[in-house]
Design a protein around this ligand. Structure first.
Ligand code: PXP
Length: 248
Protein backbone atom coordinates (compact mmCIF):
# COMPACT_ATOMS: atom_id res chain seq x y z
CA UNK A 1 0.00 0.00 0.00
CA UNK A 2 1.21 3.50 -0.79
CA UNK A 3 1.98 5.58 2.30
CA UNK A 4 0.49 9.05 2.66
CA UNK A 5 2.74 11.84 3.88
CA UNK A 6 0.83 14.92 5.03
CA UNK A 7 2.64 18.24 4.88
CA UNK A 8 1.41 20.64 7.59
CA UNK A 9 3.51 23.70 6.60
CA UNK A 10 0.41 25.69 5.68
CA UNK A 11 -0.85 25.53 9.24
CA UNK A 12 2.38 27.21 10.32
CA UNK A 13 2.00 29.76 7.52
CA UNK A 14 -1.32 30.83 9.00
CA UNK A 15 0.19 31.08 12.48
CA UNK A 16 3.16 33.13 11.23
CA UNK A 17 0.80 35.53 9.43
CA UNK A 18 -0.01 36.87 12.89
CA UNK A 19 3.25 35.89 14.60
CA UNK A 20 1.17 34.22 17.27
CA UNK A 21 0.80 30.67 18.59
CA UNK A 22 -2.23 29.43 16.70
CA UNK A 23 -2.98 27.36 14.71
CA UNK A 24 -0.30 24.95 15.88
CA UNK A 25 1.20 22.66 13.20
CA UNK A 26 2.08 20.19 15.94
CA UNK A 27 -1.58 19.82 16.85
CA UNK A 28 -2.31 19.51 13.12
CA UNK A 29 0.17 16.65 12.87
CA UNK A 30 -1.69 14.87 15.69
CA UNK A 31 -5.00 15.22 13.84
CA UNK A 32 -3.39 14.09 10.58
CA UNK A 33 -2.18 11.03 12.44
CA UNK A 34 -5.73 10.35 13.69
CA UNK A 35 -6.97 10.68 10.11
CA UNK A 36 -4.56 7.98 9.00
CA UNK A 37 -1.44 9.85 7.84
CA UNK A 38 1.48 7.45 7.58
CA UNK A 39 4.08 10.20 7.49
CA UNK A 40 4.18 13.76 8.81
CA UNK A 41 6.16 16.16 6.63
CA UNK A 42 7.40 19.66 7.38
CA UNK A 43 9.77 21.92 5.50
CA UNK A 44 12.18 23.77 7.75
CA UNK A 45 13.19 26.61 5.47
CA UNK A 46 16.32 28.68 5.98
CA UNK A 47 14.16 31.80 6.28
CA UNK A 48 11.87 29.95 8.80
CA UNK A 49 8.92 31.61 7.13
CA UNK A 50 6.50 28.94 8.36
CA UNK A 51 7.84 25.94 10.29
CA UNK A 52 10.05 26.89 13.27
CA UNK A 53 12.76 24.84 15.01
CA UNK A 54 10.38 24.62 17.99
CA UNK A 55 7.83 22.82 15.78
CA UNK A 56 10.31 20.25 14.54
CA UNK A 57 11.56 19.65 18.10
CA UNK A 58 8.03 18.96 19.32
CA UNK A 59 7.11 16.90 16.27
CA UNK A 60 10.13 14.70 16.89
CA UNK A 61 8.72 13.97 20.35
CA UNK A 62 5.18 13.20 19.21
CA UNK A 63 5.39 11.62 15.74
CA UNK A 64 5.75 7.88 16.23
CA UNK A 65 5.09 6.94 12.62
CA UNK A 66 7.57 8.67 10.33
CA UNK A 67 8.81 12.23 10.39
CA UNK A 68 9.98 13.47 7.00
CA UNK A 69 11.92 16.73 7.11
CA UNK A 70 12.13 18.68 3.88
CA UNK A 71 15.17 20.90 3.79
CA UNK A 72 17.82 22.62 1.71
CA UNK A 73 21.45 21.76 2.27
CA UNK A 74 22.63 24.80 4.24
CA UNK A 75 25.02 24.02 7.11
CA UNK A 76 22.70 25.44 9.75
CA UNK A 77 19.70 23.36 8.68
CA UNK A 78 21.86 20.24 8.32
CA UNK A 79 23.07 20.69 11.93
CA UNK A 80 19.50 21.11 13.16
CA UNK A 81 18.33 18.05 11.23
CA UNK A 82 21.17 15.91 12.58
CA UNK A 83 20.14 16.88 16.13
CA UNK A 84 16.45 16.24 15.54
CA UNK A 85 16.98 12.94 13.74
CA UNK A 86 13.85 12.55 11.60
CA UNK A 87 13.42 9.13 10.02
CA UNK A 88 13.88 10.74 6.61
CA UNK A 89 15.11 13.99 5.14
CA UNK A 90 13.97 15.08 1.70
CA UNK A 91 16.48 17.45 0.16
CA UNK A 92 14.88 20.23 -1.87
CA UNK A 93 16.15 23.34 -3.64
CA UNK A 94 15.23 26.60 -1.97
CA UNK A 95 14.90 30.09 -3.36
CA UNK A 96 14.03 33.06 -1.17
CA UNK A 97 11.37 34.52 -3.47
CA UNK A 98 9.49 31.32 -4.30
CA UNK A 99 5.96 30.75 -3.04
CA UNK A 100 6.55 27.01 -2.84
CA UNK A 101 9.33 24.64 -3.96
CA UNK A 102 9.46 25.35 -7.69
CA UNK A 103 11.68 22.85 -9.47
CA UNK A 104 13.50 19.70 -8.52
CA UNK A 105 16.97 19.59 -7.01
CA UNK A 106 19.85 19.63 -9.49
CA UNK A 107 21.78 16.59 -8.32
CA UNK A 108 23.97 16.44 -11.44
CA UNK A 109 25.59 19.81 -10.68
CA UNK A 110 26.31 19.20 -7.00
CA UNK A 111 27.32 15.56 -6.79
CA UNK A 112 30.41 16.23 -4.66
CA UNK A 113 28.62 18.11 -1.88
CA UNK A 114 25.58 15.82 -1.97
CA UNK A 115 27.70 12.69 -1.47
CA UNK A 116 28.94 14.22 1.79
CA UNK A 117 25.52 15.38 2.95
CA UNK A 118 23.90 12.03 2.22
CA UNK A 119 26.68 10.22 4.09
CA UNK A 120 26.33 12.50 7.13
CA UNK A 121 22.64 11.62 7.39
CA UNK A 122 23.07 7.94 6.63
CA UNK A 123 25.77 7.68 9.31
CA UNK A 124 23.13 8.83 11.81
CA UNK A 125 20.59 6.32 10.53
CA UNK A 126 18.58 8.96 8.65
CA UNK A 127 17.29 8.00 5.20
CA UNK A 128 17.76 10.49 2.38
CA UNK A 129 15.28 11.19 -0.39
CA UNK A 130 16.04 13.71 -3.16
CA UNK A 131 13.24 15.80 -4.62
CA UNK A 132 13.93 15.81 -8.36
CA UNK A 133 12.24 16.20 -11.72
CA UNK A 134 11.57 12.90 -13.51
CA UNK A 135 14.77 13.24 -15.51
CA UNK A 136 17.03 10.24 -16.27
CA UNK A 137 20.28 12.08 -15.48
CA UNK A 138 18.99 13.43 -12.17
CA UNK A 139 17.76 9.97 -11.20
CA UNK A 140 21.09 8.32 -12.07
CA UNK A 141 22.97 11.04 -10.17
CA UNK A 142 20.71 10.48 -7.13
CA UNK A 143 21.77 6.86 -7.09
CA UNK A 144 25.43 7.85 -7.48
CA UNK A 145 25.38 10.21 -4.49
CA UNK A 146 23.99 7.42 -2.31
CA UNK A 147 20.38 8.51 -1.73
CA UNK A 148 17.96 5.79 -0.66
CA UNK A 149 15.07 7.24 -2.62
CA UNK A 150 13.87 10.00 -4.88
CA UNK A 151 10.68 12.01 -4.68
CA UNK A 152 9.56 12.71 -8.23
CA UNK A 153 8.19 16.23 -8.70
CA UNK A 154 4.58 15.91 -9.87
CA UNK A 155 4.03 19.69 -10.04
CA UNK A 156 4.31 20.06 -13.81
CA UNK A 157 1.88 17.20 -14.35
CA UNK A 158 -0.52 18.59 -11.75
CA UNK A 159 -0.52 22.02 -13.39
CA UNK A 160 -0.71 20.79 -16.98
CA UNK A 161 -3.46 22.01 -19.26
CA UNK A 162 -5.27 19.69 -21.64
CA UNK A 163 -5.28 15.94 -22.06
CA UNK A 164 -2.29 15.79 -24.41
CA UNK A 165 0.05 17.68 -22.11
CA UNK A 166 -1.25 15.80 -19.06
CA UNK A 167 -0.61 12.45 -20.73
CA UNK A 168 2.89 13.43 -21.86
CA UNK A 169 3.87 14.60 -18.40
CA UNK A 170 2.33 11.51 -16.80
CA UNK A 171 4.35 9.28 -19.14
CA UNK A 172 7.51 11.16 -18.11
CA UNK A 173 6.70 10.31 -14.50
CA UNK A 174 5.97 6.66 -15.37
CA UNK A 175 9.33 6.44 -17.13
CA UNK A 176 11.06 8.20 -14.22
CA UNK A 177 9.66 5.64 -11.80
CA UNK A 178 10.82 2.82 -14.06
CA UNK A 179 14.37 4.18 -14.28
CA UNK A 180 14.60 4.84 -10.53
CA UNK A 181 13.30 1.38 -9.68
CA UNK A 182 15.71 -0.25 -12.12
CA UNK A 183 18.54 1.39 -10.16
CA UNK A 184 17.17 0.08 -6.87
CA UNK A 185 15.99 3.46 -5.58
CA UNK A 186 12.86 3.87 -3.50
CA UNK A 187 10.37 6.12 -5.30
CA UNK A 188 8.06 8.72 -3.81
CA UNK A 189 6.00 11.41 -5.53
CA UNK A 190 4.57 14.76 -4.59
CA UNK A 191 3.73 18.39 -5.28
CA UNK A 192 0.51 19.86 -6.56
CA UNK A 193 -1.49 16.70 -5.97
CA UNK A 194 -5.19 17.07 -5.24
CA UNK A 195 -8.31 14.99 -4.65
CA UNK A 196 -8.78 15.05 -8.44
CA UNK A 197 -5.39 13.97 -9.78
CA UNK A 198 -4.08 11.71 -7.01
CA UNK A 199 -6.12 8.70 -8.19
CA UNK A 200 -4.36 8.65 -11.56
CA UNK A 201 -0.96 9.02 -9.93
CA UNK A 202 -1.71 6.08 -7.63
CA UNK A 203 -2.92 3.92 -10.53
CA UNK A 204 -0.04 4.72 -12.88
CA UNK A 205 3.01 5.16 -10.66
CA UNK A 206 4.62 2.32 -8.78
CA UNK A 207 5.59 4.41 -5.76
CA UNK A 208 6.04 3.96 -2.03
CA UNK A 209 5.07 7.35 -0.63
CA UNK A 210 2.87 10.17 -1.83
CA UNK A 211 3.37 13.61 -0.25
CA UNK A 212 0.51 16.10 -0.16
CA UNK A 213 0.09 19.42 1.63
CA UNK A 214 -1.88 22.23 0.06
CA UNK A 215 -4.93 20.29 -1.08
CA UNK A 216 -5.45 18.45 2.20
CA UNK A 217 -4.97 21.54 4.36
CA UNK A 218 -7.32 23.51 2.08
CA UNK A 219 -10.06 20.90 2.39
CA UNK A 220 -9.52 20.72 6.13
CA UNK A 221 -10.85 24.29 6.48
CA UNK A 222 -14.27 22.97 5.53
CA UNK A 223 -14.35 19.37 6.70
CA UNK A 224 -11.71 19.30 9.44
CA UNK A 225 -8.20 17.93 9.16
CA UNK A 226 -8.86 14.42 10.40
CA UNK A 227 -11.66 14.01 7.87
CA UNK A 228 -9.64 15.58 5.02
CA UNK A 229 -6.75 13.19 5.61
CA UNK A 230 -9.12 10.25 5.90
CA UNK A 231 -10.79 11.14 2.58
CA UNK A 232 -7.39 11.20 0.88
CA UNK A 233 -6.44 7.89 2.46
CA UNK A 234 -9.66 6.32 1.18
CA UNK A 235 -9.05 7.72 -2.28
CA UNK A 236 -5.52 6.31 -2.37
CA UNK A 237 -6.75 2.98 -1.08
CA UNK A 238 -9.51 2.77 -3.70
CA UNK A 239 -7.19 3.56 -6.61
CA UNK A 240 -4.51 1.24 -5.28
CA UNK A 241 -7.05 -1.59 -5.31
CA UNK A 242 -8.13 -0.68 -8.86
CA UNK A 243 -4.45 -0.84 -9.90
CA UNK A 244 -3.98 -4.21 -8.22
CA UNK A 245 -7.09 -5.63 -9.85
CA UNK A 246 -6.11 -4.37 -13.29
CA UNK A 247 -2.72 -6.08 -12.98
CA UNK A 248 -4.21 -9.52 -12.28
N1 PXP B 1 6.92 17.42 -1.75
C1 PXP B 1 7.83 18.42 -1.63
C2 PXP B 1 9.27 18.08 -1.77
C3 PXP B 1 7.42 19.74 -1.37
O1 PXP B 1 8.34 20.72 -1.28
C4 PXP B 1 6.04 20.01 -1.20
C5 PXP B 1 5.60 21.39 -0.87
O2 PXP B 1 6.06 21.76 0.37
C6 PXP B 1 5.14 18.93 -1.31
C7 PXP B 1 5.61 17.65 -1.61
C8 PXP B 1 3.68 19.12 -1.14
O3 PXP B 1 3.20 19.91 -2.18
P1 PXP B 1 1.71 20.44 -2.14
O4 PXP B 1 1.61 21.38 -0.98
O5 PXP B 1 1.54 21.11 -3.45
O6 PXP B 1 0.83 19.24 -1.96
Amino acid sequence: MIKLGVNVDHVATLRQARMTNEPDPVLAAGLADLGGADIVTVHLREDVRHIQVRDVDLLRKMVFSKLNLEMATSQEIICTALKIKPEQVTLVPEKRQEITTEGGLSVTTQRGSLVEVVKKFNDEGIQVSLFIDPDKDQIAASKEVGAQSVELHTGKYANAWGEKQCNELLEELVEGVRVARSLGLGVNAGHGLTYKNTGTVVERLDIEEIHIGHSIISRSLFVGLKEAVWEMKELIHKHYLIKQLSEH
